[in-house]
Design a binder for this molecule. Structure first.
Ligand code: NAD
Ligand code: TYD
Length: 341
């Protein structure tokens, strides 16, 4: 039987990168194609250990480049599309929304057209809980798959738009799809512009940690390996056309997250620096994962075990993140944080 061909868009980024490694190792009988433009957020050094595997392939392409994407899809005739590629940072979407529309909305539509053209077995769209907007601090409230989409940032609006296009291609053309909406991820290879790796890298350098507003905003954290196992399950067992929320009930305030990292690394809380709040800062995210659990998913990590593993990984892989901190990132950091406080 011919090997299944799986294209993972955004497979040089944080979650897509972890997923590519998971799939290459777990399914030697699948051919895994990492399709990525290699923006500031993508790097291939993370794939050193798998890049010579027979079942790993890399394609450099822009998902918004219709001609290139059509050609790759026609040539390879992929069975599965797992779509991670996106502009993913809320703060960048506030300063420069346009690229978020191009990549996240137009790019998704190009991929849908290509998937429809060659008749894929499944198009799995990786989305986010941020499309639901925000919850208030009432701990009995959770996002379910039925919660209306009310995105608040240009990033979440672009993701919600892409979710609706994926739904429409299913309803209109019968394209086989699933949509997953996951809570905040953390773990190895997380780009140090996001809260957890930013905190770990700055604390290790004895630099201040910028906490927006009063630090009481709540996020629901999931280790990236648990997100990978959820996507694997939905890919193989998800009911056609369904949306699945992914989350492990690990709600923490930002201040709790930062303090946990500081104390694990044995540093002082004096490193915390409260800075001007993010515009339109969502108060709280919290996922009800019942539907996915009923499909058979169970996370392996809780926040305590996951954050310990992650801190350990950043201690052991300083070369990876120090290399990133030395590049374009410096300019970004100065621009992003200079106006605060
Ligand atoms: P990331 O920013 O780390 O990686 C994005 C990847 O996409 C990079 O490798 C980049 O080079 C690539 N890319 C960007 N534009 C491209 C284009 N035009 N063509 C081809 N490749 C392009 O993102 P991430 O944090 O790994 O998130 C991956 C996906 O998961 C996104 O769709 C995001 O919305 C979703 N998600 C993220 C989280 C989170 O906590 N990070 C949570 C839930 C869902
Ligand atoms: P982030 O990692 O950017 O993820 P998202 O905005 O997608 O949830 O931010 C997580 C939380 O941490 C969010 O409430 C904003 C806050 N935050 C800070 O307080 N300081 C920072 O420097 C950053 C990047 C985020």
């Amino acid at each position: 039987m011919a090997k299944k061909k799986v294209v993972v868009t955004g497979g040089a980024g944080f979650i897509g990168g972890n997923f590519v490694q998971y799939m290459v190792n777990k399914y030697p009988d699948y051919d895994i194609y990492n399709l990525d433009l290699l923006t500031y957020a993508g790097d291939l050094t993370k794939h050193k250990e798998i890049e010579t595997n027979d079942n790993y392939h890399f394609i450099k392409a822009d998902i918004a480049d219709r001609e290139a994407i059509m050609n790759h899809f026609e040539k390879e005739k992929f069975d599965y599309v797992i779509h991670f590629a996106a502009e993913s940072h809320v703060d960048r979407s506030i300063t420069d929304p346009e690229i978020f529309i191009k990549t996240n909305v137009l790019g998704t539509q190009v991929l849908l057209d290509a998937a429809k053209q060659i008749g894929v077995t499944k198009f799995l769209h990786v989305s986010t809980d941020e499309v639901y907007g925000e919850l208030d601090f009432d701990p009995s409230q959770f996002f379910t798959e039925e919660t209306p989409l009310q995105p608040n940032s240009p990033y979440s609006a672009s993701k919600a738009s892409s979710d609706l296009l994926v739904r429409a291609y299913h309803e209109t053309y019968g394209l086989p799809i699933n949509i997953t909406r996951c809570s905040n991820n953390y773990g190895p290879y997380h780009f140090p512009e996001k809260l957890i790796p930013l905190t770990i890298s700055r604390v290790l350098n004895n630099e201040s940690v910028p906490v927006y507003g009063d630090g009481k905003n709540i996020r629901d954290w999931l280790h990236v390996y648990d997100h990978c196992s959820a996507i694997d399950l939905v890919l193989h067992n998800g009911v056609d056309g369904e949306v699945y929320n992914v989350g492990g009930h690990n709600e923490r305030t930002n201040l709790e997250v930062v303090k946990t990292i500081i104390s694990t690394l044995g540093k002082s809380e004096d490193l915390i620096e409260f800075v001007e709040d993010r515009l339109g800062h969502d108060k709280r995210y919290a996922i009800d994962p019942t539907k996915l659990e009923e499909l058979g998913w169970k996370p392996a990590y809780n926040f305590e075990t996951g954050i310990a593993q992650t801190i350990e990984w950043y201690l052991e892989n300083k070369d990876w993140w120090k290399h990133i901190l030395s590049g374009e990132y410096q300019e970004y950091f100065e621009k992003q944080y200079s106006f605060k406080k």
